[in-house]
Design a protein. Structure first.
Length: 473
């Protein structure tokens, strides 16, 4: 059989023009490796269409040639979801040139954006119109809307606005046969058969290629208040969350947990990071309140809750941001966790969720289980306590060989997941399945659930050209 790729590349070049195709390995290098460096693949070309019609043409040509496609946005996947395999037969489809904000409508509270717009650019466009896009993740400067939706990203504001899928009203998707589905409807109610958009959200590029979306907005906050709190325990953190919810249920914008170990790594490795408290602690909470009401008295409410929690011994110490710069500095202590962990050495990530009430029990049990598995292993639990999503990351023992540590990633993940299961949780809360976790699917989602997923895949992508090797084992 002749190699279909040379003729396919000629056809793509003719269809998309010279800007539409990268083939020089120096140009494609940044697209074949994930940022965590878990996977290094090979590709004959990175295709860079300029609009949905060109994406459709790309998919049509690839389908005709039987050549698989790996859709890629900002390449910020935590699970290798956007990396081609090592075989050299998969094209990377970059959505980066579809980077227009098509509309922002403050009356309908919607925005229509193309897949390659970064999350940050989308947030800024919303803010310029007096609105807020209620999705915030650490990688928002690079992550693109298409990838954010394809992976159903979560992040810091899920406690208030839900996950990416909760923000989607409409989608434009290129199907595996090259048809374009224009579902860019801006409707709050639309009860017309299967909710196709929800099928593509979270499908990680295995069912279709998202090229544009209509997202829900809310009115921009008029007041925010942020505090870093040293708390007595993970239980105290949960208790504090309950108190904020009881005081003003609509005000909590983010409620993040950090361990003393993780924050210690940030203070050690991140230049300029400093602890605005009298002494380090074993447990911390970062809380952000926000309201669109001008007269909500948010700051006073924050102080009231913190004072009573201090009196009751839940909170040991707290620092409230007095300026935008201080707010950013507090958030930096949280957002630099992944980077600091990387600088400390090798780490294995576990992006897991349990019911919110189970978070403290889960953290204690998983810490114990990992210590039993590997003496000296350092547990770094942190993340979105307000929605039950904890990043139960494990750092290598001090002085251990990083390669030796990473070679045990499955044993470590399986140990954590066994505890997750005891608490009725999930092995992937917000990062998705990608290439890292399909092997977990039969055990966790086997039987009728995985069977239905396979049938959906077979119906929408019978030739299996969309992101093969991801999600489904
Ligand atoms: C975060 O919330 O910072 C990331 O999702 C976590 C990670 O690095 O595991
Ligand atoms: Zn996270």
């Amino acid at each position: 059989m002749t190699d279909p790729i040379p003729a396919l590349l000629d056809a793509l070049r003719a269809a998309l023009g010279p800007a539409g195709l990268l083939t020089d390995p120096a140009d494609t290098a940044g697209y074949v490796e994930d940022w965590r460096r878990l996977y290094r693949g090979r590709t004959p070309a990175v295709v860079r269409p300029a609009d949905a019609a060109q994406v459709a043409e790309t998919i049509r040509l690839c389908a005709a040639a039987g050549v698989p496609v790996v859709p890629q946005g900002g390449n910020t996947s935590m699970v290798g979801g956007a990396t081609p395999d090592a075989g050299g037969g998969q094209l990377v489809l970059s959505l980066a040139r579809l980077n227009r904000v098509r509309a922002v409508d403050p009356r309908d509270l919607t925005m229509t954006v193309e897949a390659g717009v970064t999350l940050k650019a989308a947030q800024e466009a919303a803010a310029a119109a007096g609105c807020l896009l209620g999705l915030s993740i650490g990688s928002e400067g690079s992550a693109q809307i298409g990838g954010v939706l394809a992976t159903n990203a979560g992040g810091n504001n899920t406690v208030r606005y839900g996950n990416a899928r909760d923000l989607v009203l409409g989608l434009e998707v290129v199907l595996a046969d090259g048809q374009v589905w224009n579902g860019l409807r801006r409707l709050r109610k639309d009860n017309t058969g299967y909710a196709l958009r929800q099928l593509f959200v979270g499908s990680e590029g295995t069912l279709g290629v998202i090229t544009a979306a209509v997202l829900k907005l809310v009115r921009a906050p008029k007041e925010t208040a942020v505090a870093l709190c040293a708390v007595a325990s993970a239980e105290a953190a949960l208790d504090l969350f309950g108190r904020f919810q009881a005081h003003d249920p609509g005000a909590v914008m983010a409620f993040e947990y950090m361990s003393g170990t993780g924050l210690g790594f940030v203070l050690k490795h991140i230049p300029g990071a400093s602890l605005p408290l009298a002494a380090p602690a074993d447990h911390y909470v970062l809380v952000e309140l926000a309201t669109p009401r001008p007269d909500a008295g948010l700051r006073a409410g924050l102080e009231t809750v913190l004072e009573s929690a201090l009196e009751d011994g839940l909170v040991l110490d707290a620092a409230i941001a007095e300026s935008e710069a201080q707010r950013a500095a507090l958030w930096r202590l949280r957002e630099e966790h992944s980077e600091a962990q990387k600088r400390e050495g090798a780490s294995v990530k576990n992006d897991v969720s349990v019911p919110v009430s189970a978070v403290p029990g889960f953290i204690a049990a998983a810490t114990e289980a990992c210590a039993a598995l590997m003496p000296g292993i350092r547990a770094v639990p942190f993340g979105h306590l307000g929605d039950g999503n904890i990043h139960f990351n494990l750092e290598q023992p001090e002085g251990a060989d990083p390669a030796w540590f990473l070679a045990q990633d499955h044993a470590i993940m399986d140990t954590v997941n066994a505890v997750v299961r005891r608490f009725d949780g999930s092995f992937s809360a917000e990062h998705g399945v990608g290439r890292l976790k399909p092997y977990m699917m039969p055990e966790w989602r086997g039987g009728a659930e995985l069977d239905a997923m396979r049938r959906i895949k077979a119906a929408l992508d019978p030739a299996g050209i969309l992101n093969p090797g991801k999600v489904l084992p």
